[in-house]
Design a protein around this ligand. Structure first.
Ligand code: SAM
Length: 194
């Protein structure tokens, strides 16, 4: 699917607001595709607030970012992205599912950090069947691999920097939480614009 962008010569866009995570994402893409491709545009933006690059897009990759938005904000993001899609464009997303180990609906602060834990129906509501065809669906519960622990550790450092945390105890708390989590639950979907 990543190679599809090369065939159509439309843009392949990957979105995340942290450049260092995009480097990690790119190396996963290289692993899958077998080689790097200078046409892959992995852009460091917040898709809700930043303008998006001009289309048309062959493919959009939003991996593990949509759970940092409410479902309504996700609708806004997808509607913005949709303006740059044409018939046949693909969107690949990965989100935390409602089976995620940190999802506890009885906790009043459940949505304080991750803003939404998705069911498949939630994701489908972002991609209505009259506009998108779902090509692929995976509902995965898995133990963390080394790469996940590295991403979690990087993420803890980013939070510490972004939130300008100076207290040693608070820093240690974030690092501890980042290394505590041993598993994840994700929904991965690919949709094609009709
Ligand atoms: C687990 S990492 C995933 C990194 C990368 N997308 C990947 O799949 O390898 C979660 C990412 O969500 C990003 N993120 C959090 N809030 C965001 C926002 N409002 N807009 C864009 N990215 C966001 C973080 O910067 C972080 O890089």
């Amino acid at each position: 699917m990543i190679s599809y962008a090369g065939i159509t010569e439309r843009r392949l866009i990957g979105i995340d607001n942290d450049a260092s995570q995009l480097v990690a994402l790119r190396s996963r893409m290289v692993e899958i595709a077998g080689a790097d491709d200078e046409r892959w545009e992995l852009i460091s933006i917040d898709p809700l607030y930043s303008p998006l690059p001009a289309g048309p897009y062959a493919m959009v990759i939003m991996y593990k970012i949509l759970h940092f938005f409410t479902l309504n904000e996700c609708k806004e993001v997808i509607s913005k992205v949709n303006q740059h899609l044409v018939k046949g464009s693909l969107i690949s997303i990965c989100v935390h599912s409602s089976k995620h180990p940190t999802n506890d609906p009885t906790n009043p602060d459940n949505d304080a950090y991750f803003k939404h834990f998705f069911t498949q129906e939630d994701v489908d509501s972002l991609f209505p069947a009259n506009k998108f065809e779902r090509l692929y669906r995976a509902d995965i519960e898995r133990n963390y691999e080394k790469a996940d622990r590295q991403v979690a550790a990087l993420w803890a450092e980013k939070v510490i920097t972004d939130m300008k945390i100076t207290s040693h105890r608070e820093k240690a708390n974030w690092r501890h939480h980042a290394t505590m989590q041993q598993s994840t639950a994700e929904i991965i979907n690919v949709y094609r614009k009709l």
